[in-house]
Design a protein around this ligand. Sequence first.
Ligand SMILES: *Cc1c(COP(=O)(O)O)cnc(C)c1O
Length: 401
Amino acid sequence: MRKPITDLIHHPYVPPATFAAPQPGVHKASTVFFADVAAMRARDWKTKAGYTYGLHGTPTTFTLEERLAALEGGTATLLVPSGLAAISLVAFALLKSGDEVLIPDNAYGPSKALASGELANFGITHRLYDAMNPADLAAKLSERTRLVWLEAAGSVTMEFPDLPALVRLCRNRGVVAALDNTWGAGLAFSPFDLGNGLGVDISVHALTKYPSGGGDVLMGSVVTRDDRLHNALKLTHMRMGFGVGANDAELLLRSLPSIELRYAAHDRNARILARWFEGREEIAQVLHPALPGSPGHANWQRLCAGDVPGGDGLAAGLFSVVFDERYSADQVDCFCDSLQLFRLGYSWGGPISLVVPYDIGLMRDASVARWPHRGTLVRFSVGLEAVGDLQADLEQALAAL
Ligand SMILES: *Cc1c(COP(=O)(O)O)cnc(C)c1O
């Protein structure tokens, strides 16, 4: 006689074949069963023809991978536990001792920290280049360069580079061009189709931001349009054990269908507030690629607004302001502390507006390009609140300066 616990564990559950609903099912597994030893031996984890182990994918993660490839215009996706893990996966898959990677000086900070930490320990060197000066990238590409990172717009300082020009330089030298596409999110422009037959080789995306949209999930993706490159990344992905959980994948599958609406709403609110800041005498400069006075605006216009003068295009929900240098860093901290609706916190892409003050002088390498401002920079991630309420919050906090 079997004990009830055995019958409970061996309950004859069969997934309902005819059940159809808007959301795909959530399949959780570390172990995946095989019918017999021959099937076990025959199964190849590298193909999506079957399942071998939870770490190598489930129906839930395969569905999310396909949808992300569709969003970004690629053919294959790998999922990893964070946006930063996506950046490190690319490095570990493509670089070996003696190689060099080039990183824009205005890149996402932890990407530079990875290069000066683990990559340096492994004998991989890196150099920073001025993303706003393609000639600087051209001069720094060498025999040892195996990978060039791109980012549009630059983290925190929001400069929009001439992406097609940078990609063309990489293409001419046969060097892999990898874009951190978190800002563009597959919506502001097409990373694999930048015009004139140019496209990046790899698009990395912090799904933590707009794809999640909730400020509650960490995940990253690496999308490619080249089987050879995808397979190289996949081998490293498997050997390093970069799996993601089914519940997190489920949250992303739930949020993705509304990404375009949310992105446009964040964008609309951010532009209203950025333009309003332009009229404030406390502010030396507003940094938002869709505003004509912002660095790289013409590049944004060409890539994201169809080169239509005054064309709206798309531009995410981020912008930064540089305070006039007459305000001390302490006064600017006080401004941030006085905000009620804008909360102090890292990351972006969720419904709640966020604010962070930065000391750019500490973050940038003076030998690459001069940071032209002396005042303190504050970066805003604009959420989905009513924009009038956000503006009133900014106004009362400016009064606290
Ligand atoms: C947030 C972010 C990342 C890292 O994503 P995490 O999921 O937080 O690790 C990478 N690049 C950019 C541009 C980001 O904004």
